[in-house]
Write a protein that binds this ligand. Structure first.
Ligand code: IVH
Length: 682
């Protein structure tokens, strides 16, 4: 029977099957399921009923259970999810996953078009206009037609490996289609998203299970796909649209138009909405059409993406900063709605800044329910004259926090509420609020509970102590359960403490515990940044680390010394002095040190023993790659030059040295062997 056409009501008994027959049948069923998945998920044209599909799937499960060695990672049955993991592995992307230049205004897109026409010296350029999906950008890599791995975009260079989770998404083929030739290696970029319908269903279930609903489909998709337990991903309605070819070992399509055909032939899902455009006017029409369709289509889009169609021309145009010159996101204007302010509360942020927040009668803006919006600061509230009970215009643009843009004047009969003013005491810790320009600040620092969640999240973030598995949910649980009332408490938690939190199992608890232990010796610059001192970003933290070398010296620095560091402005210097001058912060820091926190000392300027020294490397060293040797020289303030001159101080000669060694000898430069180099850089 051809399982691609119909499925029998019952199958032959398994016990009578030989392994050989089972293998053949498994092969036929897998092929048929892949075919039906493609018909259903990619082509939207199913040819068998859901119940017939389920029968076929069950048969495959039974066969694989009976003949366990015939199981395969690429079998459709592997889509139910794998064992949970402690953390997501890092993955370097095949090529940099860049981001897009973006704007709302038509002039910007006209500017983009004329820059390209000038650079390409062509009067007209063929563009491909596509929807800009509001989801999560991912890389999918196929080797010999089988999904090898999938990774999130991350910082563009490296993302997180989400292969286990992606394997459960039925819209993503585990094996590429057999139509045409399959390249030995293929890397594509696409957007994982959740349909609006799927999102509503998921939230209904979550609410029924007493779990926090997701704010919008993008968060739901991102939250799901970054889970540690892929069994929770299976069954969540995730979808994908592939839109960029990152790499192929086979023939490259010449245009974006052909790319879509190529991807679709391979069984990858591409979106049907796209238009080839020859002018900005054409592009504007496509944008208009998409804006009109936006409400009806079942996934969120936040604009259109315009791309040069011709791939060789893209290569010529290249990139600027982190964006390709050949693409542009023309976003939709932010959604706006009118609603009523029923209260104004004051929130205390991570660095102690007080922000007035309007609590609103819930209103739907672009598919997202908004019930609070920022009012920025007291001056803004006064300027806009917003009071409790007023009707206001609220705006939301993509990721941006919704904002109250203004008051809607009403007929004068109604009596209005009192004008807003900031409290004098911190609503969380009761400390007296201070003022800095437009800002009101709670000086409570590490001991103010309201600042705690934000501070913890920041403390654990990538550029800070990098406690990767300490996510927002865990932070929130730790604070709500009073398990952490001060950052220092983090270092006193045991593995069992994490096991008592929802969603933690042996392995994940052990991983988090281990990561926190590792964070005890975070490099000094990142530790300083992690403390979340106002006006101390990553750069200032590095300057401080280089200047002081050890945490102890920084902590005990006199305010005048801080004020005299050249690269540090007065504002930052004062903030640092105030931070370390506050006894409450010092109590927290002392506790951290008691728990064994010991930031790794930094190399200070004084310790830069190779400052002013120029070194040339030639030949191969046993203990260092060329790059490592260079990094070492530079870390100590030296210069690694590529050719020998009278300015060269040392020439380091490894195995099989090049002609540089001869030159160095001739002009009397001191030659070092690997051991001598080693003692120089230690
Ligand atoms: S192309 C180098 N096409 O928009 C250009 N991106 O930065 C690669 N996005 O994170 C991106 N829809 O996730 C491209 N049709 C589309 C897209 C798209 C959505 C996302 C992408 C990126 C963000 C902007």
């Amino acid at each position: 029977m051809d399982y691609k056409k119909s499925i029998p009501d019952t199958f032959a008994g398994i016990s009578s099957l030989s392994k050989n027959d089972a293998q053949k049948e498994i092969g036929r069923i897998r092929e048929a399921i892949i075919y039906h998945d493609r018909q259903y998920y990619i082509k939207n044209k199913p040819v068998i009923s859901d119940s017939a599909y389920d029968r076929l799937f069950c048969r495959l499960e039974e066969l694989e259970e009976r003949f366990a060695d015939l199981k395969s990672e690429n079998s459709p049955t592997s889509r139910v999810g794998a064992e949970p993991v402690g953390s997501l592995k890092k993955r370097r992307h095949t090529v940099m996953m860049q981001s897009l230049q973006a704007a709302l205004e038509e002039e910007k897109i006209r500017g983009f078009d004329s820059t390209i026409r000038n650079a390409a010296k062509r009067r007209t350029i063929e563009y491909m206009a596509e929807p800009k999906f509001d989801g999560l950008s991912v890389e999918l890599v196929y080797t010999n037609g089988a999904l090898e791995y999938a990774a999130t975009r991350g910082n563009g260079g490296t993302g997180e490996d989400i292969s286990n989770n992606v394997r459960t998404v039925k819209a993503i083929p585990l094996l590429l289609a057999d139509e045409g030739t399959i390249p030995a290696r293929l890397a594509v970029r696409g957007e994982i998203l959740m349909t609006k319908k799927g999102f509503q269903e998921l939230n209904r279930t979550r609410i029924a299970e007493n779990r926090e609903p997701f704010a919008n489909p993008r968060n739901a998709a991102a939250g799901t796909i970054r889970q540690l337990d892929s069994r929770n991903v299976a069954g969540v309605p995730l979808d994908i649209y592939c839109y960029e070819l990152l790499q192929t070992s086979g023939n490259e399509p010449a245009t974006q138009e052909e790319t879509f055909e190529f991807l679709s032939h391979l069984g990858l899902r591409v979106n049907p909405e796209r238009k080839k455009c020859l002018s900005v006017d054409d592009i504007a029409r496509f944008r208009e059409t998409m804006a009109e369709k936006r409400e009806q289509i079942d996934y969120d889009i936040d604009g259109i993406v315009v791309k040069v169609n011709d791939r060789p021309l893209r290569k010529k145009l290249g990139s600027r900063e982190r964006n390709p010159r050949w693409a542009f996101a023309w976003k939709f204007p932010p959604g706006k709605e009118i609603t009523r302010v029923y209260d104004i509360l004051v929130q205390v942020g991570r660095t102690g800044i007080l922000t007035p927040v309007a609590l609103l009668e819930p209103v739907d803006i672009g598919g997202v329910t908004i019930s609070r919006a920022t009012l920025h600061n007291e001056d803004e509230v006064r300027r806009k004259d917003i009071r409790v009970g007023d009707n206001v215009r609220v705006e939301r643009a993509g990721d941006v926090i919704p904002e109250v843009v203004g008051r809607v004047e009403e007929d004068g009969k109604k009596k209005r509420g009192a004008a807003f003013s900031m409290p004098e005491k911190c609503p969380s810790c009761g400390d007296t609020i201070t003022r800095e320009g437009a800002y009101h600040i709670c000086p409570g620092g590490l001991s103010c509970r309201a600042q705690l969640e934000g501070r913890l999240r920041h403390f654990a973030s990538r550029g800070a102590c990098d406690i990767e598995t300490l996510g927002d949910k865990t932070v929130s649980h730790l604070v709500k359960r009073n398990m952490v009332t001060n950052i220092a408490d983090l270092f006193a938690l045991s593995k069992d403490d994490f096991l008592s939190l929802p969603l933690y199992a042996e392995k994940s608890a052990a991983t988090l515990y281990e990561q926190i232990q590792n964070a005890k010796c975070t490099p000094l610059d990142r530790f300083i940044y992690a403390l979340g001192i106002r006006h101390v970003g990553e750069h200032i933290a590095r300057v401080l680390a280089r200047h002081f070398g050890s945490f102890d010296k920084l902590r005990n620095a006199k305010p005048e010394e801080l004020l005299h560091i050249r690269e540090i402005g007065e504002e930052s210097a004062r903030a640092v002095a105030e931070f370390f001058g506050d006894p409450r912060n010092n109590t927290s820091i002392d506790r951290m040190l008691d728990y064994g926190v010991k930031p790794e000392d930094a190399e200070t300027k004084q310790a830069q023993k190779l400052a002013g020294t120029t070194i040339v490397l030639t030949g191969e060293l046993d203990r260092y790659s060329r790059r490592e040797a260079k990094q070492r020289i530079e870390a100590l303030g030296g210069k690694a030059a590529s050719s020998v001159s009278s300015k060269t101080d040392y020439c380091v000669a490894g195995k099989r040295p090049g002609s540089k060694l001869e030159v160095a000898k001739n002009i009397g430069v001191r030659i070092l062997d690997e051991n001598e180099f080693e003692s120089l850089v230690h």
